[in-house]
Design a protein around this ligand. Structure first.
Ligand code: SPV
Ligand code: MG
Length: 299
């Protein structure tokens, strides 16, 4: 979808908050869309998990890009791609911005950690930050590589994740806005929204704030709106329910005497046919048949 960026900017202007659903492939992205979310988060944790590899800069840019492209091809809502640390230095960010923009992705997120990064919520994970200057260089490179000015570069600061405190997070976020970022993702691993709210209260910038409340799940939409947070990303719940549902099903199926023991619990073939647009083939076939008849190939 080529106007994803424009659509995303319009929603940011018009809505009090955007709900962004995490997805890991085209089907989960489609389900996010069908269930009325504003945009899709193509997260590195979930996509790495579906390849059964760690969320630690193991997959390559082209592998992540292919997954995002599949989502773009199957969805009409904007796709936001989690590009970790930008897969390298400023030249890598420059390349990825061109590639993702061309693929129809609405925006990307890059974070100020050192490559290779580890998932932010991993207990005792390595969470070392790049210098502010080096990350600013990446933002400049990304901004200068846009051809569509609506394409969003979300700068994600991991200052709170690295334990550096709210003042450092504000300092970095301000520098990232000045360098040309289009939004700030402030991430936190705290189990309350306190430090994120402190950040919001101190924030003097003009660009929108984005949060991923995985670790502070009790926070409400109303509280997020009160703190002027513009986008909330539910990053990995679809992945975790898929993992749980498949595990439960397989446990039961392995012990089952017949498939009927699990039939009630799973989606019907028709529901999947609907999602993959199987029924459209019928109307396309009928249309081709009519045209062939008009052309005299069929009586
Ligand atoms: C992701 O979903 O891949 C994220 C968010 O980056 S987190 O897993 O919390 O780091
Ligand atoms: Mg990630």
């Amino acid at each position: 979808m080529s106007n994803g960026s424009e659509q995303l900017r319009k929603k940011i202007k018009e809505k009090s908050i955007l709900k962004i659903g995490g997805a890991f492939d085209a089907m989960s992205a489609k389900l996010v869309e069908i269930n009325d979310f504003d945009a899709v988060w193509a997260g590195s944790f979930a996509i790495s998990a579906t390849h059964a590899v760690p969320d630690a800069s193991i997959m390559t840019m082209t592998e992540f890009l292919q997954v995002a492209k599949n989502m773009v091809d199957s969805c009409d809502i904007p796709i936001i791609a989690d590009c970790d640390t930008g897969f390298g230095g400023p030249s890598n960010v420059s390349h990825l911005v061109k590639q993702y923009e061309q693929a129809g992705v609405a925006g990307i997120s890059i974070e100020d950690k050192i490559f290779p990064k580890q998932n932010s919520l991993l207990k005792n994970g390595k969470q070392e930050l790049l210098s502010e200057k080096e990350f600013v260089a990446k933002i400049i490179a990304g901004k200068e590589s846009k051809t569509n000015q609506d394409f969003l570069i979300i700068a994600r600061t991991e200052a709170l994740i690295a334990g550096l405190g709210v003042d450092e997070a504000i300092k970095r976020a301000t520098a990232y806005e000045n360098a040309g970022a289009d939004a700030i993702l402030i991430h936190s691993k705290s189990n309350t929204p306190k430090e994120v709210f402190e950040f919001c209260n101190l924030w003097k910038g003009q660009i929108p704030i984005v949060v991923v409340p995985t670790s502070y799940g009790s926070v409400t939409i109303d509280e997020l709106i009160e703190h002027d947070i513009k986008m909330v990303i539910y990053a990995n719940q679809t992945l975790r329910i898929a993992h749980k549902a498949m595990s439960l099903l397989l446990k039961k199926l392995e012990k089952a005497n017949s498939l009927n023991d699990v039939d009630e619990e799973i989606s019907s073939m028709e529901e999947i046919f609907e999602l993959q647009k199987m029924f459209e083939i019928h109307s396309q076939e009928k249309d081709i048949e009519r045209k062939l008849r008009n052309m005299g190939y069929i009586n």
